[in-house]
Each structure stands twice: as C-alpha cells, then as structure tokens.
Ligand binder design. Structure first.
Ligand SMILES: Nc1nc2c(ncn2[C@@H]2O[C@H](COP(=O)(O)OP(=O)(O)OP(=O)(O)O)[C@@H](O)[C@H]2O)c(=O)[nH]1
Ligand SMILES: [Mg+2]
Ligand SMILES: [Zn+2]
Length: 354
C-alpha cells in the first residue's frame, strides 16, 4: 500500500476497502479519455482502465480525475473499474449546454488554487464564483496571483482579495523565477492534493511543471492582443510530485455554478445574516418594503457590488434547483416507463416460452 499513501490514500479509505473490497485492487484516477480512464496503481504504474456499465451511466457513481476506485482484471488482462470509493471533497460545476448535468473538475482535493494573472484576468466577481464552488465542495481555497514579474504592484492584489475574502490565503507567484512556489508547497505536502483552476493562459500548467520539477504539462504562449491563452491543456490530469499531488485542468471560460441554493452563504458572510431579517420571508432583496439587505446597503454595511454579485449567484442557484427538480421528475417517469416495459416483456415471454 506504500505508493497509495504517496497518492493520498487515507485510513478512512483503507477501512472502506477492508470492509467490502474483495478481489479488487485500489488505484487513483489520473486522467479521463473518451470512455476510458488512466489510473495509477499501488506500484505507481499508470494503466488504462475501462469502466463498468453501472458506474458509467450513473452520474452519482461515475469516476472523475482524483477519484479512488477499485479495479478488476478480466481474463484478457484488461482492467475494469468496478467500484468508486467515497469522495471526500470535490470541485464541480454545471456542465456546458442545455442538459442539467454536473461536471466534476477534480475529486478528493485538499486545496483549490484559484489561479489568475493580473491585470486583465483579475476579477473579484469571478473569484467569488470560484469561492462558492470550492466551499460547496469542501476543499480549501487559495487565490494564486501569477506572472507577478509582469505586474507593477503585486501586493495591491493581496489587498483586493482581502477586501472580499479576508480569510483566504493569497499567493503571489512567478514560476519561471521560482517565486512563491514554497507558499503553494506549504498547502500541499506528501499525500495532499491540490488543483489549479482558472482562465486559459494564466499559467496553471507552468506552475504544475515548476512544482513537479519537470516539463510534463504542455504550456503555450498567450495572445499578444489581449493576453488570453489558447486552451493549451485539453484534459484534466493528476500528477504526482515530491511535494504533493496536483491536478492540472484546462482553462475555463466560465464557471457555471452547481450546488445548493444556500451555497453563497460562505462567500458573502456579511450579507447572509441580513437576509433573515427582511419583512417578507421570500424577499428577493431587490425592492420589497422592509428589506433588511437593501437597508444595509443604504447604511454602508453591505457594498452594492457585492449585493449585485450575491443576487446573481443566488438566482443562478435557485434556477438550477428548479431545473434539477424537473430533471429528476423526468428521470423518475422514464425509469417507471422502462420498468413497466420490461415488466410487460417478461410477462409476454412467460406466456410464450421459447
Ligand atoms: N512572464 C511570465 N510568464 C508566465 C508565467 N507563468 C506562465 N507564463 C507564461 O504564460 C503562458 C501560458 O502559460 P500556461 O501554463 O500554458 O497557462 P495555462 O493556464 O496552463 O493555460 P491553459 O492550459 O490554456 O488553460 C506561457 O507562455 C507561460 O510561459 C510567469 O509567472 N511570468
Ligand atoms: Mg495548461
Ligand atoms: Zn430582503
């Protein structure tokens, strides 16, 4: 089990494994390919594995990068993922498109490095969205400000982040000059897992390589006109380094939230208490009489920009909840239809035995 510890294996996982795992081996998912996965096993070897139909089709069980899984080997020597162990934390978002689906960015992570390069990419409202997603998934958030060699006053960004999230650590880094990497290492350590998320071109893969001490992740120049990246990294990948485990991810254009309607509470702690003091219980905090939130904006206790951002997130999450309810009703009806169809079929085959 020694290499599994290097990969982040815990006593809880060992208990779960001992309790119900027979004839399977434990491994961690390092990448996902079309329908297949790469896994790292207890010897530190990377192998391809398919996934059993049950795990593939059930979104609540489907493995993602960072997940701990149980594997079986078929007679031809091919590995099959047959079990997903309990996920300790996750970072998820709503998948792009019309379907109401969750997309797992990374599983079982200790820390999420919300990565941004000023001035163009730096946006407090976007950082707030990431903070909501991270707190909902149970990991710790750290804001990483990259390319400080190109920046006049890096420290001003520490103050800016502190103005919206005083308890969140901010790391100022420049990977090519080896600045700030120790701060990132201090959040990792043996067996701990971190993931880099943020826009394309901010330097996530450059940081992964610097922490690894090897150029395994492809990096690419940003456009000169607007400093935006060209989506160089195309899939999520788990990398093992001496100082911990890293999941490098492709640049995100947007982070559509996926979570419970109250997921905003941790991101906007100054707003949440007022929402309970409004005259109407279902107050939308826009223009109702007796709204304690709007009153707090008027008195200067809440910043107007923060309220606008809070309301945007809250609306998005409320709409998501409505859509998810509709979706689960539709799934339920479909399940009933399937069950009654197979019931009819089995009655037919009983009447007309072959
Ligand atoms: N000057 C400077 N350039 C950097 C720094 N970090 C990264 N870069 C450059 O920024 C460009 C983009 O870096 P990547 O690491 O590919 O960015 P990424 O976030 O992985 O981008 P995607 O994979 O597209 O999401 C590359 O040309 C890097 O060399 C830095 O600290 N300073
Ligand atoms: Mg990259
Ligand atoms: Zn109100």
């Amino acid at each position: 089990m020694s290499y599994l510890r290097t990969l982040g294996w815990t006593d809880e996982l060992q208990k779960e494994f001992d309790a119900e795992a027979t004839g399977i081996i434990a491994a961690r998912v390092s990448a996902e390919h079309r329908g297949e996965f790469s896994i790292i096993n207890d010897q530190g070897q990377t192998q391809r594995a398919a996934v059993s139909p049950t795990l593939r089709t059930d979104s609540a069980l489907r493995p993602a990068v960072g997940d701990w899984v149980g594997l079986e080997q078929d007679p031809d020597g091919k590995w099959l993922i047959v079990r997903r162990f309990t996920r300790r934390t996750e970072l998820v978002r709503k998948a792009a498109g019309e379907a109401v689906r969750v997309q797992v960015v990374a599983a079982n992570i200790d820390v999420v490095f919300i990565t941004t390069s000023p001035p163009g990419d730096f946006n407090l409202r976007r950082i707030e969205r990431y903070l909501t997603a991270v707190s909902e998934g149970g990991a710790k958030a750290v804001v990483v400000v990259t390319k400080i060699d190109l920046c006049d006053d890096p420290n001003s960004y520490v103050a800016k982040v502190a103005s919206i999230a005083p308890n969140v650590d901010v790391a100022l880094v420049c990977a090519p000059q080896n600045i700030g990497l120790d701060v990132l290492r201090s959040h990792l350590g043996p067996g701990r897992t971190g993931t880099f998320v943020g826009s394309s071109g901010v330097g996530k893969s450059t940081l992964s390589n610097a922490l690894l001490g090897e150029e395994t992740q492809l990096t690419g120049p940003v456009r000169e006109s607007d400093s935006r990246g060209r989506h160089v990294t195309s899939h999520r990948e788990l990398i093992v380094t001496d100082s911990g485990i890293i999941i490098d991810t492709p640049g995100m254009r947007e982070l559509a939230l996926w979570g419970k309607p109250d997921a905003t509470a941790a991101t906007y702690p100054e707003i949440e208490p007022y929402t309970k003091q409004c005259r109407f219980q279902n107050c939308s905090h826009r223009q109702e009489p007796g709204c304690a939130v709007v009153a707090a904006v008027d008195s200067g206790d809440i910043e107007a920009d923060r309220l606008a951002a809070y309301l945007k997130q809250a609306t998005e999450l409320a709409e998501l909840a409505t859509k998810r309810e509709a979706q689960s009703r539709a799934d339920f009806r479909q399940g009933q239809r399937r069950a009654s169809q197979s019931d009819k079929q089995s009655k037919r085959s009983k009447r007309n035995p072959r």
